[in-house]
Unconditional design. Sequence first.
Length: 479
Amino acid sequence: MTARRGTIALPALGIGLVVALSVPPAGWWPLGILGLAALGHLLSGRPVRARATAGFVAGLGLYGVTLFWMGQFNAIGAFLVMGLEASFLMLAAVTTPPGLSRVWAWPAAVLVSNALRTVIPFGGLPMGGIELGQAAGPLAAAARVGGPLVVAALVAVAGVGLEAVTFRRWTIAAISAALVVAVPALGAAAPDGAVVGRLRTAMVQGGGRRGLRAVNNPPELVYGAQLAADASVSPPVDLVVWPENVIALDGPIAGSPQDAEVGAEAHRLGATLVAGVTEPVGDTRFANAAVAWAPTGQIEARYDKVHRVPFGEYVPGRSLVAHIVNLGVIPRDAVAGHGPGLLRTSAGPLGVTISFEVFFSSRARAAIRAGGQVLLVPTNTASYTTSQVPDSEVAAAKLRAWETGRDVVMAAPTGFSAAIDAHGRVLARTGLGHRQVLLVTVARRHGTTPYLRLGDGPFVALALALVGLAWAWERLRST
């Protein structure tokens, strides 16, 4: 049995690496389909331990590449996270029957395992996943119907179809092809909200050195770079978006010198200006907020980030973890905000997902269901040395655009800043590290998409039912 597991591990690792190349920055989306086709075939006729080995090792290949960036912060922690994320793909492999019912159970199991990734652990880590690899491919349109979970499931459906063609199982191939074509087509044709106005929008990227952690990057330099870049913006403009936490304070924003300076910029431009602000909450905590200044120069709205980054913005079980690792780079914990990300501004109601939140379809869905007509993504990826995380954020923003039927405006201090339309097309995008301003006219939309109405629940329930039906059918066949 050990030799057999060793035999299956090598192709499984290769499969995981192939799927990883579908995820940005490589972004070769057909490889995701090829990889899940091969992994689904590898599960055929295998006992549970072999299926577990195949799923886990393939997961290590996938997440070892797509979450590689974590290693620059803590190598041991990164390895543990990669192993945990690999266990979700292992779960999909184990819960997929080895018999013929695998053809419908495998996509369903992939959907359920991805649903678990969005909530476990510490609220989930839906980064580096299968669905991000499809953001630039034709399956992305399916997100308007069923969100990222259905996109991931369709990758497995396409894989089943590819396997069926290889082995001349034409009925299975035809059903798979019909689903792969019909669901994205339905998404592309589904409502994206009626246009109720347009906003001439400036995304301001101050630029600067990448690869610096916040504790090593003087906040006055970051703020100064933003002011300098903003000086190049001229009227007419309706909305100006600054990145996450480019205004870092040792007191409240209201009444501070920065409040007056940023308000003066909003007044000069006659525009709503949204900027990322961090301010202390007591001695050991801080708030991470998107604050909006009206064209009059006064603060008119605020949203405090709800979904914080575990071990990035706060440390779960800090008192215990402090005995194991040095927490000097995370001296304070962020305070979680409440409610949907919505700013009611002079430019209109604006949905907001701050940085890490863009990977969670639930946060974007809540913001738009609350009335957001455009989705803003103020973010800060300056501490990363490579383009891996910035590229992934753009991919996630494309899926959020499809899901919500809204244009997306992303601003980052050192890139990528981008504007994406409601059909996932990148209208403009900056480079990394440069001081740059993007000027793009985006649409304000009102209305819902199928995914805004349905959410993930019905699809998770259907997938669980399909997995259960597959096992019941296998048991009947064996009796």
